[in-house]
Write a protein that binds this ligand. Structure first.
Ligand SMILES: [Zn+2]
Ligand SMILES: [Zn+2]
Length: 267
């Protein structure tokens, strides 16, 4: 499994990264499969450095805040109007699977400003997450789990073949946006890599709960879950990255790193 942290900025695009977007790829021996977790503000641009959007196999949205889904509008244009392979040119539906919260289909149409009665159903096949129903995309298994955020929101556990150790299975757990919750610890149990948000800072944001983790709380999740390593993401533009990094390292003995735009991680 290969993870590209295409966009790592939290809450809004930052000066050195677009908002939330993670490309996960794995081979089944026949071909490479590509799933994108979140498509936040500005991420569709740099995503094209790593994969042709026409070749995506699925899109998996943690929730519908703009920093996680706003580039659905741009991707719709790409899928519809690409001069050789677009739906408008070929007349054939593309129906890229988009897994997300229950209102994803309506939100995507509203963001783009479709006329009433028009849909994106030729370009996207919208499917609502069901934590009881994992989704299989080629060799990748996606398991959503509800998390602790002010809107309908999910983390995603991704299991697939290791690219480092042939024949073995590896697990990546993406927190989405969340404050501490039992579901996150449970989903992250034994994960090889926990990709975890740390938007808040101890002391500065203590009065606000049930929205985001701090580096300290993310580190605690990694420790309680026994994760192999921790990759902190979704840091906001106004946060000194060294602060949540130090907080997390104070709680978790394993390797802790900061996610960076275009970072590549082999699992
Ligand atoms: Zn966010
Ligand atoms: Zn959010």
């Amino acid at each position: 499994m290969r993870l590209v942290t295409v966009g790592v900025a939290g809450s809004l695009p930052g000066p050195s990264s677009p908002a939330s977007c993670y490309l996960v790829q794995a081979s089944d021996g026949e071909r490479d499969w590509s799933v994108v977790l979140d498509l936040g503000s500005g991420s569709l641009g740099p995503l094209q450095r790593h994969v042709d959007p026409l070749d995506l196999d699925a899109l998996a949205l943690s929730h519908l805040h703009p920093d996680h889904c706003s580039d659905l509008s741009g991707l719709y244009v790409y899928l519809r109007y690409h001069p050789e392979r677009g739906v408008h040119r070929t007349g054939a539906a593309r129906e890229l699977p988009v897994h997300g919260p229950s209102t994803t289909r309506e939100r995507a149409a509203a963001m783009y400003g479709l006329d009433p009665g028009e849909t994106m159903d030729a370009e996207y096949a919208f499917r609502t997450w069901d934590p009881a129903a994992p989704v299989q995309v080629g060799p990748l298994r996606l398991e959503p789990f509800a998390v602790n955020h002010p809107v309908e929101a999910y983390g995603i556990r991704v299991t697939g073949p290791s690219s480092q150790r042939p024949g073995e299975t590896v697990t990546l757990v993406f927190s989405g946006d969340t404050d501490a919750c039992a579901n996150l610890v449970e989903a992250a149990r034994g994960a090889d890599l926990l990709l975890c948000e740390a938007a808040f800072v101890e002391g500065r944001d203590d009065g606000v709960r049930d929205i985001h983790l701090t580096g300290r709380r993310a580190g605690r999740v990694a420790a309680e879950a026994g994760a192999g390593r921790l990759l902190l993401t979704h840091l906001t533009a106004w946060t000194d990255p060294q602060v949540p990094l130090a907080e997390a390292r104070g709680e978790f003995d394993g390797p802790v790193e900061l996610a960076v735009a275009d970072g590549v991680h082999l699992l």
